[in-house]
Design a protein around this ligand. Structure first.
Ligand code: UT7
Length: 329
């Protein structure tokens, strides 16, 4: 038993103003609104515009509002765990930049890279520091400026992704709420289906890699689709089973928003009615580490204290998993 439970005491999201619609994409690549809607469920996505604007700027908006909303002083924040695959820079970590920009003077922070599973890995990591009693105020951020790594000439990927950020505050409680359990998985054999070829230590960026557009995301969608459905169904089932929960005991499932067909297939696999599943992919597309906190933010008013909520994600790596939380307010 942990010394404390890690309660989520606030959630906040932020998305940029600029909207990229399916109709806009029709002008950019060989695609059409009907294909995008029927194959993905996406209608529009948000893009962060502006010279020098980066992932940390979206986090400043989300976390700044979160602190105002929860009335927590900046100097009381102990730790920031920042899930992202689009850090402002390869080095230093975006968490450090965020702490500096927001004035979180007493916090230390680090980035966590688990692609679309970033937020569920990060909330699990952040919760451990609360449960041991080591820290009292931990912020977990999921944010990605996917438009910085998407090739707007590649119709297989540019229709899917968008930019956004969400964050939660974790605090200790003796009540039986908050983070309860997690099953996290990874399998590096999946790396051939979803990756960015250049810009790492294996293939550093050169003029040639830039010409070959290798700084952008590559995805072989079909195998990822299949693995995502199988992976999420299996971890959610295992998580429910080992916590003695039936589907009727679960108030909400918050799945990563990668494709509406994936979400529906997971709901079918779990025999869970769509009314219990949060879906906002039509508005934001796939914002990678931000999809789950953005859903939590938009559904916050519907959650009731004591609700069992399962977060589940699947993404590049492969990485996947499921987290059980009990809503605390
Ligand atoms: O979040 C991280 C994890 N990622 C995921 O979970 C994503 C998983 N994969 C997917 O969501 C889907 O595989 C995609 C949305 C990426 C693609 O949908 P799909 O139904 O698997 O399509 P497909 O790749 O099998 O392509 C079907 C056809 C192809 O044409 P042919 O070969 O049948 O003639 C594609 O060339 O659709 C074509 N196509 C398009 N047509 C219009 C591919 N992209 C487009 C497009 N517009 N944007």
């Amino acid at each position: 038993m942990p010394d404390f439970n890690a309660a989520i005491t606030g959630v906040q999201g932020w998305v940029p103003e600029h909207v990229l619609t399916n109709k806009d994409l029709e002008q950019m690549v060989d695609t059409n609104d009907e294909w995008i809607r029927s194959r993905t469920g996406i209608v529009e996505r948000r893009l962060l515009k502006g010279e020098g604007k980066a992932t940390s700027d979206m986090a400043v908006e989300a976390v700044g509002r979160l602190l105002e909303k929860t009335k927590v002083a900046k100097e009381d924040i102990d730790l920031v765990v920042f899930a992202t695959v689009t850090p402002d820079m390869v080095m230093p970590d975006t968490a450090n930049t965020l702490c500096d920009k927001l004035g979180l003077k007493n916090a230390f922070g680090f980035d966590l890279k688990a692609a679309c599973s970033g937020f569920i890995y990060a909330i699990t990591v952040g919760s451990q520091f609360i449960q041991t009693g080591m820290y009292k105020k931990v912020i977990v951020v999921g944010g990605d400026k996917m438009s910085s790594i998407i090739d707007y000439e590649d119709r297989a990927t540019c229709i899917i992704f968008g930019d956004g950020c969400g964050a939660v505050l974790l605090e200790p409680t003796q009540e039986e709420v908050g983070f309860r359990d997690a099953i996290l998985k990874s399998d590096g054999a999946g790396r051939e289906y979803l990756y960015i070829k250049a810009g790492g230590s294996k293939v550093p960026t050169t003029p040639e890699t830039a010409l070959a557009r290798e700084q952008y995301v590559f995805q072989d969608g079909r195998p990822v689709f299949k693995a995502a459905v199988k992976g999420m169904c299996s971890v959610v089932e295992e998580l429910m089973q080992r916590n003695g929960l039936t589907k009727d005991d679960v108030a909400w499932v918050i799945p990563h928003q990668a494709n509406q067909r994936i979400i529906k297939a997971v709901a079918n696999g779990l025999k869970m009615p769509m009314e219990k599943i949060t879906v906002n992919i039509h508005k934001y597309g796939n914002t990678t580490a931000a999809t789950i906190p953005l859903c939590m933010w938009e559904w916050e008013d519907k959650f009731k204290k004591g609700d069992n909520i399962i977060l589940t994600a699947f993404g590049g790596g492969f990485t996947w998993g499921a987290v059980l939380i009990k809503w605390g307010y």
